[in-house]
Design a protein around this ligand. Structure first.
Ligand code: NDP
Length: 344
């Protein structure tokens, strides 16, 4: 089998030197374990955090260890009654072509509704995150206005489409005209702003104010940075901000790594939270996995019949995973980033 290990920790943005491709022996599965040949590897922004040796909600990947990651793959040997050879399963096998895990850490891929790779995106962790964060924490009501950035990534795609299905005005923010066109024409967003076209916070704020003339009721936070700063003064009273991700800050290091460059926005942020009586709610989807069945029962049929659309960005071959990951963190992806690992 082949795997990619963390070769060194990045300072700032990761580079390909931080990763190393290795060959390794695939061990036989033990009692109640399952061996899998991975078909697709998911590449997700959270992996950037795992590369830092810093306090977070999860432990860092050790230098020399396999990069963490979710995969969908085919069972090639099983010592569990729950999984048979040939079954398609989802698990955290890491950046690797093969792996062995206990059966209780795996679930069947959602292939009743969509092809296997979708179990890493629209019907996997990111889609579930968008559903949970919007519905449970965003508490959306018909007629309200929703803003979400990284709008064409797997989380943003889900948030925007669910928002529209629930009767909200959905405003996306994305990097580039093509992404914005896709958000409006294919995903059904009411408007989408290309953040590259707005060089600073005042310009971003002016554009958002035009796209959200009644103010913002739900800001689904994926990015932080310029978009967050612009949104804060446009929030309506009793607005909700599910804090899902802050990718603009991921290269600053972990908690306690020192002050971020630039002006201190904290006073204005706190003032907006107070004056607008905002509900700002951070969450990590791993804590809510008990709700995955509810998500799949609701969204699976919507994906199957096309009410929820999804776009994937597929790279070929494990060796290309580091470059694809580095590019995704900078917006080089168009849709859910996955790596195809086998020829079939
Ligand atoms: P995406 O596929 O959308 O990839 C990340 C995107 O972020 C890039 O494509 C880029 O899109 C955008 N981006 C990068 N840097 C910036 C920046 N400085 N300002 C604005 N946008 C930027 O990712 P996902 O849909 O998988 O994830 C979206 C967010 O959700 C991430 O922050 C992720 O960490 C978070 N997340 C949180 C979870 C949780 O449990 N809390 C679980 C899953 C995801 P563009 O080119 O359009 O700007």
């Amino acid at each position: 089998m082949q795997r990619i290990v963390l070769a060194s920790r990045p300072t700032g943005a990761p580079t390909e030197d931080n990763f190393r491709l290795e060959s390794a022996e695939l061990r036989d599965p033990g009692e109640k374990e399952v061996a899998v040949e991975n078909l697709y590897l998911s590449l997700d922004p959270y992996m950037r955090g795992r590369m830092d040796d810093a306090k977070s909600y999860a432990k860092p990947v050790e230098v020399g260890a396999t990069m963490e990651g979710g995969t969908v793959g085919r069972v090639i040997a099983s010592n569990s009654s729950r999984f048979a050879e040939g079954d398609l399963v989802v698990g955290q096998f890491g950046w690797a072509t093969h792996g062995v895990l206990p059966a209780n850490q795996l679930r069947h891929a959602a292939t009743d509704y969509a092809p296997p790779s979708a179990s890493l995106g629209v019907l996997g962790m990111p889609g579930f995150t968008g559903w949970y964060g919007l519905k449970e924490l965003g508490r959306p009501k018909s007629g309200e206005t929703l803003v979400v950035a990284a709008a064409t990534g797997p989380v943003g795609q889900m948030v925007g489409q669910l928002g529209k299905a629930l009767g909200l005005r959905a405003v996306g923010v994305a990097g580039g005209e093509d992404k914005c066109r896709f958000a409006v024409e294919t995903l059904g967003f009411d408007a989408c702003l290309d953040h590259h076209a707005y060089p600073d916070v005042p310009a971003m704020r002016e554009a958002l104010a035009k796209a959200a003339p009644d103010g913002i009721d739900v800001y689904y936070e994926n990015v932080g940075g310029k978009v967050l700063e612009a949104v804060l003064s446009l929030m309506n009273p009793f607005g909700r901000i599910p804090v899902c991700g802050t990718i603009a800050y991921y290269n600053l290091g972990g908690l306690g790594a020192g002050d971020a460059p630039g002006p201190n926005m904290l006073p204005r942020a706190m003032r907006s939270i107070l004056v607008n009586k905002l509900n700002v709610h951070g969450f990590i989807i791993m804590d809510h996995w008990d709700r995955y069945g509810d998500f799949l029962a609701e969204v699976g049929p919507m994906v199957k019949d096309g009410r929820i659309k999804y776009q994937e960005d597929i790279a070929e071959g494990l060796a290309n995973a580091p470059a694809k990951f580095i590019s995704m963190l900078k917006g080089g992806n168009f849709g859910k980033t996955v790596v195809k690992l086998t020829g079939d």
